[in-house]
Design a protein around this ligand. Structure first.
Ligand code: BTN
Length: 306
């Protein structure tokens, strides 16, 4: 973590190599204050005022930190969560140099994308509800995309947001636990907004799209962020009130997976083909295997075959 912070300060040109030794001896709480101070700035593309102006939320985005470049907004969020950030705190960065995707994969985050993390400190959340929080975030993303004029955005289980069969957004949820109790949930959202897919590595280009490509014009990132924060607050409130069925109903409306044949890849087991029947109350994918047995897939990945 210390290295992450030092790198962040270096990128922000707030630290010279000579002071690294000095800074290494700073108390960890002071680091949090330094990060928060750096994050009060604006960057060339991310504008605090535009995001916060008339923002219709009670919690989400009320505490907001903006960076030019961090390794991963989720890592910064985890650190701030442990150092007294508010519920609903948002971390934004123009670029990420070491961003994380699901299954330990890396996530390419050049300039022009929306890279953000939310710190949630729910009153009570048991572990089984975490997948549902990710599902709910997927719904917030598709609703945001609809608001900016994207037609027919879909969600591929569990949380890849797709447009015309190509991925435009991914979500990485991480829980911070203490003695098996969830203290914070960090929800990282990446949206390929104004990126040229040619900037991405070859293996990603075919299956990826961007908002600008789909709309035929660049989007105002600040506007998209603001809309997303508002949608996240709406669905978050529904979640807190126990409206799990309503969230699942919304998710099913946007499902790209239901009714398709997929290859299921679960951690530590052999991939298998199955037909997607639906989504369970906990947010697991319910599939029928080729031999007719039913299975709930709680964690994993699905590759659509037809
Ligand atoms: C996926 O693999 O689909 C999830 C990708 C999540 C990427 C976002 S970008 C903001 C946040 N910071 C990270 O390091 N990852 C998430």
């Amino acid at each position: 973590m210390q290295n992450e912070i030092i790198n962040l300060l270096k990128k922000e040109k707030r630290i010279s190599d000579n002071t690294i030794n000095e800074i290494s001896s700073i108390e960890i709480n002071d680091f949090a204050d330094i990060i928060k101070e750096v994050g009060k700035q604006e960057t060339e593309y991310l504008k605090r005022d535009e995001i916060l102006k008339d923002l219709k939320t009670e919690h989400i985005g009320k505490e907001l930190y903006i960076f030019k470049e961090v390794m991963s907004t989720n890592t910064v969020a985890k650190f701030l969560a442990a150092n007294s950030a508010e519920h609903g705190c948002v971390i934004l960065s123009e670029k990420q140099s070491n961003a994380k995707g699901r299954f330990g994969k890396s996530w390419e985050s050049p300039l022009g994308g929306i890279w953000l993390s939310l710190i949630l400190t729910p009153k009570i959340v048991d572990h089984s509800k975490i997948p549902l929080m990710t599902i709910a975030t997927g719904v917030a993303v598709v609703k945001t995309l609809e608001k900016i004029g994207i037609e027919n955005p879909e969600i591929k289980w569990p949380n890849d947001v797709m447009i015309n069969g190509k991925k435009v957004s991914g979500i990485l949820t991480e829980a911070i636990t203490k003695f098996n109790t969830i203290e914070h949930v960090i929800i990282g959202v990446g949206i390929d907004a104004n990126i040229d897919v040619k900037e991405l590595s070859d293996e990603l280009q075919e299956g990826t799209t961007t908002l600008s490509e789909e709309l035929g014009h660049e989007v105002n990132e600040n506007e998209v962020i603001k809309l997303f924060l508002e949608e996240a607050e709406v669905i978050g409130t529904l979640f807190n009130e126990g409206g799990y069925e309503a969230i699942l109903k919304e998710w099913r409306k946007y499902s790209y997976s239901i009714g398709k044949i997929v290859e299921v890849k679960e951690p530590y087991s052999k991939p298998y083909d199955a037909y997607v029947l639906g989504i369970s109350r906990e947010g697991a994918l319910v599939v029928e295997k080729i031999d007719g047995t039913l299975k709930k897939v709680i964690a994993g990945e699905c590759i659509i075959k037809k």
